[in-house]
Design a protein around this ligand. Structure first.
Ligand code: DP6
Length: 382
């Protein structure tokens, strides 16, 4: 497999029984027996939410549970190199940061803030000097949110080094759980990227072991048709989002529909899990499209108000509805908090849907750009 870091993969699906406490004793390196310098490299994918996380409280805790499909081709590779700091711990995070081989001050600053926030739980972070080399499999200008893949890749690297130094994450489920927990602290949606196929983040009576603190895998309980799903991302605009996720979530605090929305998301999640177990594509499409439109409606009626769809996003939605009515093919849309449209459909109609995209939808995409993706098997350590 080719990447700028040239990785190849090995991680497999793990069944989950979450038993290991997250907040363990302080993790401090013994300076009389210092670890050797080393590095770790993870590739982690993005994910597409079907039930949306929109609204949070406390320390990155979700107002409602969400469900996503894990993607395969939109990934971040992150290599974390570490060595013991010279002299004593100076109370600072020491980090050099390279994005696609160039130093990146803005990304470095975000990661420093993130590592700083983790250091009370993981004091060894301040005993080491780090170099991060990272990059995405998709062009930075593609308008695809990279925080889920980037933060999950970084969280996995941190778990690998914690386990290397302290042996605290030998249990595969404990490892994934902590990676998901750390990823969440970096970016909420990132916690769902740790798992293959599909994940639920947020407490729900429908999923044993579910939690607001981390995501859990649900790939094992969904119908095989959803494991063979495509997500072709129609890039309507690659411009920077007009409102950041952080600001968007905050707008929910003053939104008059916030409470009914959170209740609706809980109900929809339960129903979606049922139809995904049963393999009911029609009902799946109804819920998923309703969710996407609800997210955009919430943004439209927030204060200030945002219209994140573009005329081309709406044109695509209309054409998808018409195509479905004409052909009966199961193809559905969803959107994140931006103008790009994700087309979701099962592998059995890939030839027909790709032709439909080429003939009728590419004209609505910036430079005709479509990022082809599909349901994947989760992160891989290289
Ligand atoms: C619309 O995870 O990007 O994509 O926690 O502030 O980093 P932060 O937000 P983020 O929000 C994602 C919102 C969404 C829906 C979703 O992925 O569930």
């Amino acid at each position: 497999m080719r990447s700028f870091l040239n990785p190849c993969f090995s991680l497999h699906f793990k069944h989950h029984t979450f038993i290991i406490p997250l907040h363990m004793s302080r993790l401090i390196l013994d300076s009389s027996n210092p670890p050797e310098a080393g590095s770790v490299l993870w590739r982690s994918p993005s994910n597409i939410a079907l039930i949306k996380y929109w609204g949070k409280h406390g320390t990155q805790l979700p107002q409602n549970p969400s469900l996503s499909l894990t993607l395969a081709s939109s990934c971040t590779d992150t290599q974390l190199e570490y060595e013991l700091k010279e002299g004593s711990d100076d109370g600072q995070i020491a980090l050099d940061f390279f994005f696609h081989e160039a130093e990146n001050v803005a990304f470095r600053q975000k990661v420093v803030v993130f590592l700083e926030s983790l250091s009370p739980e993981m004091p060894f972070l301040k005993q080491l000097k780090f170099t991060i080399r990272t990059g995405n499999s998709f062009p930075h200008s593609a308008g695809i949110a990279s925080s889920a893949s980037a933060m999950s890749a970084l969280a996995l690297c941190l778990c690998s080094i914690e386990d290397r130094f302290f042996g605290t994450l030998q249990d595969a489920d404990a490892f994934d759980q902590k990676a998901s927990y750390l990823a969440r602290l970096g970016s909420g949606s990132a916690c769902r990227s740790i798992f293959p196929q599909a994940a639920v983040w947020g407490l729900t009576s429908m999923v044993a072991g579910s939690s607001d603190e981390y995501a859990v895998p649900v790939g094992e309980i969904i119908h095989p048709t959803f494991k063979d799903f495509h997500d072709d991302i129609l890039i309507v605009s690659s411009e920077e989002k007009s409102v950041s996720s952080r600001a968007g979530h905050a707008l929910m605090d003053g939104n008059p529909y916030a409470e009914p929305r959170y209740a609706q998301a809980r109900t929809r999640l339960m129903r979606l899990l049922e139809v995904m177990k049963a393999g009911d594509l029609t009902e799946f499409g109804k819920i998923v499209e309703d969710e996407a439109l609800t997210l955009h409606a919430l943004m439209m009626c927030s204060n200030p108000s945002y219209t994140l769809m573009r005329p081309d996003s709406l044109a695509i939605i209309e054409k998808v509805r018409q195509y479905r009515a004409d052909t009966g093919h199961p193809v559905y849309f969803t959107l994140d908090a931006g103008p790009n449209v994700h087309l979701l459909y099962p592998g059995e109609v890939v030839v027909e849907v790709r032709k439909f995209i080429e003939d009728h939808l590419e004209e609505h995409c910036e430079g005709g750009h479509v990022q082809q993706d599909w349901v994947g098997e989760g992160p891989e350590e290289v």
